[in-house]
Ligand binder design. Structure first.
Ligand code: SF4
Length: 305
């Protein structure tokens, strides 16, 4: 029987997501012409759908936008996209998260000094595409530490290394070790954002102390998927759920012994989705479970009734 629901100390909307949503709301209030977001403003279907319902258009390519205002999403874009938009006469409103822009600044600065950049990130993610566009071809993208290990020796190159804002904090140490061993002079920049670090650390603190971890987030969200993987490996049992509808009652059956549940949410997950998950968990417990927020209230080493 489900007894306690522990909410992770840091979860849900981050600064960059709140800021991007506010920018879309302000822009649509003021705009007299069509407003189009390039790709998803943030990687959450509920947020994307909310804007679609109030008439904000969404396009996957600049070629499909002919007039009005273009909003650049929180994950940013390559500079040539903004240039193309301006040439087409579009008004450009930039909702790129400042912590993504920080990576652009680092990369542009070191590329101008003659460095080649190694960036560790998902090559198919919007953030990575934007970053590649800021490096004027002086960049190599690898998806993980295994691919990093396979890169050439590049004895004649000055090298800098950056990572995706939502990378796994636990892997950064390995990445640094491999990079320093291969290229002792490499300059390493920790570009994982604060929101990612805080949410991952909160899950690492909570997950070992509960029977089941649930992470609320979209399957299109890199930070939610990573959080769910960390939660599952650290707890032993964990799932990424889009909403309360994905909760399976068999997770709480007599034989599963899921008495203590930990709950977190990705940086693009609205609070109301987390609250609806809590409501559903309370229903499953027959209204008996206690909700504990935040997780600082955890007993230091063991959860007791
Ligand atoms: S997860 Fe980090 S980089 Fe992405 S929008 Fe939030 S604060 Fe910005």
């Amino acid at each position: 029987m489900l007894k306690k629901i522990y909410i992770a100390k840091y979860h849900g909307f981050c600064m960059g997501v709140k800021r991007a949503i506010q920018i879309v709301e302000d822009t649509t209030k003021r705009a007299e012409d069509p407003v189009t977001i390039l790709n998803e403003i943030v990687h959450n279907e509920v947020v994307v759908e909310k804007f679609r319902k109030v008439g904000v258009e969404q396009a996957t390519s600049i070629d499909d936008i002919y007039a009005g205002t273009l909003i650049i999403p929180a994950h940013g874009v390559a500079p040539d996209i903004k240039e193309q938009a301006r040439k087409k006469g579009l008004r450009v409103v930039d909702a790129t998260c400042p912590l993504v822009s920080r990576i652009y600044t680092i990369i542009e600065k070191i590329v101008n000094k003659g460095y080649h950049v190694i960036h560790i990130g998902d090559p198919n993610h919007d953030e990575t595409r934007g970053i590649v566009g800021h490096a004027s071809k002086h960049i190599t993208v690898v998806a993980n530490k295994e691919e990093l290990q396979e890169l050439p020796e590049w004895k004649d190159r000055k090298l800098g290394l950056t990572v995706q804002t939502t990378a796994h904090i636990g892997e950064l140490e390995d990445i640094e070790k491999i990079a320093k061993q291969k290229w002792p002079g490499i300059e390493i920049y920790n570009t994982i954002c604060n929101a990612t670090s805080e949410r991952q650390l909160a899950v690492l603190e909570l997950a070992p102390k509960v029977d089941l971890m649930l992470v609320v987030g979209s399957s299109t969200s890199a930070n939610s998927k990573r959080l769910a993987r960390i939660a599952a490996s650290s707890c032993g049992k964990g799932f990424l759920i889009n909403s309360a509808h994905d909760i399976k009652t068999e997770w709480f059956g007599e034989d599963t012994k899921a008495e203590y549940v930990g709950l977190s949410a990705g940086a693009s997950t609205p609070d109301f989705l987390v609250e609806s998950v809590i409501k559903r968990l309370l229903e499953i417990s027959g209204g008996k479970a206690e909700v504990i927020r935040p997780s600082e209230e955890l007993a230091s080493n063991k959860m007791s009734e």
